[in-house]
Write a protein that binds this ligand. Sequence first.
Ligand SMILES: *[C@@H]1O[C@H](CO)[C@@H](O)[C@H](O)[C@H]1NC(C)=O
Length: 646
Amino acid sequence: LLNIFAFFNFISISFGFYLPGLAPVSYCENEKENCKVSFSNIPVYVNRLVSIESIIPYEYSAFDFCEPVGSPSSPTENLGQVLFGERIRPSPYSLKFNENKTCEKACVRKYDTSKKEDFDKLKFLQYGMLFSYENRWIVDNMPIAWCYQTTSNENFCSTGFPIGCYVDEKGNPKDACIIDENYRDHKNSYILFNHVAITIHYNKVSSDEARLVKAELEPSSIKTGDCNLHAEPLVIPHPDKDDKMTGTVEIPYTYSIAFENTEILWASRWDYILGSLPHTNIQWFSIMNSLVIVLFLSGMVAMVMIRSLHKDIARYNDMESVEEAQEEFGWKLVHGDVFRPPSKAMLLSVLNGVGTQVISMTFITLVFACLGFLSPANRGALGTTSVLVFICLGTVAGYVSARLYKTLGGEKWKTNVITTSFLISGIVFVLFFVMNLILWGEKSSAAIPFSTLIAILALWFGISVPLTFIGAYFGYKRRPLEHPVRTNQIPRQIPEQVLYTKPLTCILMGGVLPFGCIFIQLFFILNSIWSHQLYYMFGFLFLVVIILVITCSETTILLCYFHLAAEDYRWWWRSFLTSGFTAVYFFLYAIHYYISKLAIEGFASAILYFGYTLIMTIMIFLFTGTIGFTACYYFVTKIYSVVKVD
Ligand SMILES: *[C@@H]1O[C@H](CO)[C@@H](O)[C@H](O)[C@H]1NC(C)=O
């Protein structure tokens, strides 16, 4: 068993870090003479600014920092980057390979506070510091990391650095003020970081050429603009009681650059960033925790199968006389009703169709991710892949939905295929659109450009919908799924149920164990989404998803057996909802996470948080629900095919 763990660990580490398809770039000092295929200019790019205290990201230009001279073009972005709010822009910082610079001026910004527009710009900078907004800079497709000692004396490398620090009236500094002890003395002030010292580490591959393996940066605040680190910090004055400022404010932006040779190899250049993320021990703990649940459940299922089910089947099949059969009880009695189509068969088949689409997308994306194609260095690849895979899997949704609907005796096939194409996607799109409106209102960079919205609609109507129709066509042409027993004309009376076989109790219980298996991993995922950390442990995630699939099916089968044995035959919807209820627990957990872990303020942020959470909840509901339904369907078909029914 330990070997298997070691193997998965190996997969997640070796593939998670390796970046196929991303060729290393070589740099050299003098482009004309020594370089064949390498460059001496190293462009620095700036990404959107994010905050852990607000969900709303802003573009670099929103803060009136230095702009590049001329108008160099931004790198092209893929669908995933645009959808998930990345905005990579050129910066005024220009680097030449192995050319140290001390105290270079980027620009000087002057603000005349009596002018409304200047005043507003300063206020927005202060707002950015108050909410701990962070710059994200990129060089050679690598984040420029800000490494510092945490209060518990660990070395931590963040992929962003704060724009400034705010100290309140009582002298309590924000986290960003960790840079300098003395900032505490400046009560109720905004200290802007206007100087950065960048250190770039390179690794020589030949006498002239080198690859960049590490980029670090140290921000500081220097009033004078002469890069003297011991000078006074640059404090932006607080507006007075009438929300006014006086005088002019001058902000010099400066930077220094140093290149250093190191032994770090290009292949392991992400290690220092990923290495300072939460460690794998806790992940192992979470996997162990889930495995215990799986073993426990499997034991239960095995017991039910071997003891009760086997005994039942043997007894049912041994029965000689008709009188004996009359006195029978248990799940065999409901054989004439167990395949009676449920009410709302249309909705059930649509949910299962789209659920199958979600499940397939998850697995395909995870396989790509585990093979290392979607690592953090491959920006936006995760988003792009999952969206495109989802769209292409429309066929699967159409097929499953149509076939199940036909099996359940449905006749309105047109409504069925239209609902499959539009119901869930429509709900998600509307949620997405409403959140986008809010982001537009906040002038945030995460707002999707209008052209991208049109592109999404085109993908949906132009590719996804036709594929769904094709799938549905084939699903309808096939014969319906066969059931081992016939359904009686008249439904049986369902006896009074004890507490633990009542529908509501079953459904409430159903989600507990699957949720218990995933919640530690969920914590890491939520953390990486909302604190904008990188997520790369796809090996672990894959294991956890498999464990989730196993627990969902086992719980549902177990509960399904219990209520069939209690002669309640309404399992169709119940099996879907039993494991689908995991999503409700997820939603509750997300609320808990919002209250206890995030210090997010503002109404717009809250709406965005819950909007995104709702979309995730819908996906998890479809995923787990479909797993439960399929497992139970399989189980019911199996057990009724082995008993003799006259
Ligand atoms: C640049 O600065 C670093 C660190 O200060 C030093 O080790 C290196 O030799 C300098 N490089 C050049 C080309 O001067």
